[in-house]
Write a protein that binds this ligand. Structure first.
Ligand SMILES: [Zn+2]
Length: 165
């Protein structure tokens, strides 16, 4: 997949796991380096296409020649907003319900019959569309993991980020 300003990919240092999961919720390809932040490791993982996300000033100083974003905020939602604001990402660039929050894999469609018995009965009754992760087998349905987060992000986009556009 071609990477562009509105379809960026990331590698997050280990202190930013919750931010990485928010970016996956939004549909962005985001690796997490599980080891303590190290410039060489992060540089290798980022390759030519990924933006390094870090809270380490040491990493920031070491990686001056590649795309890197130093994250200022403590709260994951504020961190996600920083990333989206700095990259000029719009609400329409988000693709929720497309990527596994745990594994970063793209989700694939799951026949409704195959979801039977694997999700709560009331969920199966209420939903027609299910997706699954081929790696961890977790099952997703619209609203399952994304709805409240998406509402908060959308109201933020509407209130500040996209004013006048
Ligand atoms: Zn998964």
């Amino acid at each position: 997949m071609e990477k562009s300003a509105t379809n960026p990919a990331f590698v997050a240092d280990s202190s930013l796991g919750r931010l990485a999961k928010q970016l996956r919720l939004a549909g962005f390809d985001t690796l997490i380096d599980p080891h303590p932040p190290n410039a060489d490791r992060l540089s290798r993982l980022s390759g030519p296409n990924r933006i390094v996300l870090t809270r380490s000033t040491k990493v920031r100083r070491a990686l001056v020649s590649q795309p890197l974003m130093f994250i200022d905020h403590d709260q994951p939602l504020a961190q996600a907003r920083q990333v989206m604001a700095q990259l000029h990402i719009k609400r329409r660039d988000l693709h929720p319900f497309t990527r596994c929050i745990q594994c970063n894999q793209l989700l694939v469609g799951l026949m409704r019959e195959e979801a039977f018995g694997r999700v709560p009965e009331y969920v199966w009754q209420q939903h027609r569309v299910f997706k699954t992760c081929a790696q961890c087998r977790r099952i997703y349905w619209p609203g399952s993991h994304t709805q409240r987060w998406l509402e908060r992000m959308t109201s933020w986009f509407e209130s500040s980020h996209e004013l006048g556009t």
